[in-house]
Structures are given as structure tokens and as C-alpha cells.
Design a protein around this ligand. Structure first.
Ligand code: S3P
Length: 184
């Protein structure tokens, strides 16, 4: 859709749980006429089970293996927007994808906002580990997220506004300051 610079073959959105990767990804994909791939959903389909159940029954390691497999299968796909799970970029085996095989945007969210947005989520087993552990995870991951690409702030912004900034960074602004997707 529209004209502008050629799009990267793959666009990835990374960031902590609650940063809005899937919601923003959906808007972005629609605006660009690309396909949204939600990595967690891919894993769930391949496992035939929800994320929380994979963690509970097989452990985090089994989840990470499936996640890495799903991501690797996207290396040959083109025209996709990938909403990655929050832990995918911190796995060394996934580095190449985010670093070389996709144009990656890091959606920044404060820990407080992330907590608020994910409150009551049964599908995020890592958030059940207690406030201190979640803070440690957040602080450990930030520099990794940052190292992969352009940082886009999500604080106090709607998903449409965040998608709009990414479109602008891709050289595909939606025009006249209107937020991405506002015209459907
Ligand atoms: C995880 C984030 C989740 C999901 C799993 C582990 C993480 O995805 O992949 O619960 O390690 O941060 P979202 O970031 O989409 O919530």
C-alpha cells in the first residue's frame, strides 16, 4: 500500500511484556499491507497448547526451543511483521534474526506501565515470579532490547500513535499527522 522507500523483508517488534507488540504490529501490518506473525501464537499452534501450559508442563526451556524454531522458520519469509515474545531477543540463538534478518524496533515501556497493562494476564507465567524477579528481568533485558534497533517510546501513546512513529521511521508516514490506521 502507498509509495515510499522499499520495505525491509521482515520487520520485528520487540520489548517487554505489555509494550504492545502485538497490538502495534497488527496496525502496522495493516497499514503496510504485510502479514502479522505473532510468535507466541506460532508456538501455541505448533505445541497445540497455550504458553502458560507449555511453561507449566514442559518448562521454560521447552518453550524457548519452540520459540527459536518458530523464529528460524521465519528467516526465509518476506513481507512480514513479527511480534516477538518478550524473551525471544535475549536468547543468543535468536540474535541473528533480530540483528541481521529483520529491521527491528524496540517498543519501550516503563516497568510500572508494563505491570498495569499485563495485570491479571494468565498467559504470562514469568510475571507470576514476584515483583523483585520481574524487575530484575526487566533491567537485565533493557540493554539487550536497545542493542537491536530503533527505540520507540510507548508511554502515554496509543498503539496507533506508536505504529505511526514506526511508519515514519520506515519512511512511510501516514500523512497530515494522522495516526496510522485511523482511516482503516
Ligand atoms: C515472555 C513473554 C511472553 C511469552 C512468554 C515469555 C517473556 O510474550 O512469550 O510468556 O519471556 O518475556 P509477550 O511479550 O508477548 O507477553
Amino acid at each position: 500500500m502507498g509509495s515510499g522507500p522499499a520495505l525491509p523483508a521482515r520487520i520485528s517488534l520487540i520489548g517487554f511484556m505489555g509494550s504492545g507488540k502485538t497490538t502495534v504490529g497488527r496496525i502496522l501490518a495493516r497499514a503496510l499491507g504485510l502479514e502479522l506473525i505473532d510468535l507466541d501464537s506460532m508456538v501455541e499452534e505448533s505445541a497445540g497448547a497455550r504458553v502458560a501450559r507449555i511453561f507449566a508442563e514442559h518448562g521454560e526451556r521447552a518453550f524457548r526451543d519452540r520459540e527459536a524454531q518458530a523464529l528460524a522458520s521465519l528467516a526465509s519469509r518476506e513481507g512480514i511483521v513479527v511480534a516477538a515474545g518478550g524473551g525471544a531477543p535475549v536468547q543468543e540463538r535468536n540474535r541473528e534474526f533480530f540483528e541481521r534478518l529483520s529491521t527491528t524496533f524496540y517498543l519501550r515501556v516503563s516497568l510500572a506501565t508494563a505491570r498495569r497493562r499485563t495485570r491479571g494476564s494468565a498467559e504470562r507465567p514469568l510475571l507470576g515470579r514476584g515483583a523483585g524477579a520481574v524487575r530484575a528481568l526487566y533491567e537485565k533485558r533493557l540493554p539487550v532490547y536497545r542493542s537491536f534497533g530503533a527505540e520507540v517510546d510507548t508511554e502515554g501513546r496509543s498503539p496507533k500513535e506508536v505504529a505511526g512513529e514506526i511508519l515514519r521511521l520506515l519512511g512511510r508516514p501516514t500523512g497530515s499527522g494522522s495516526p496510522a490506521g485511523s482511516r482503516g
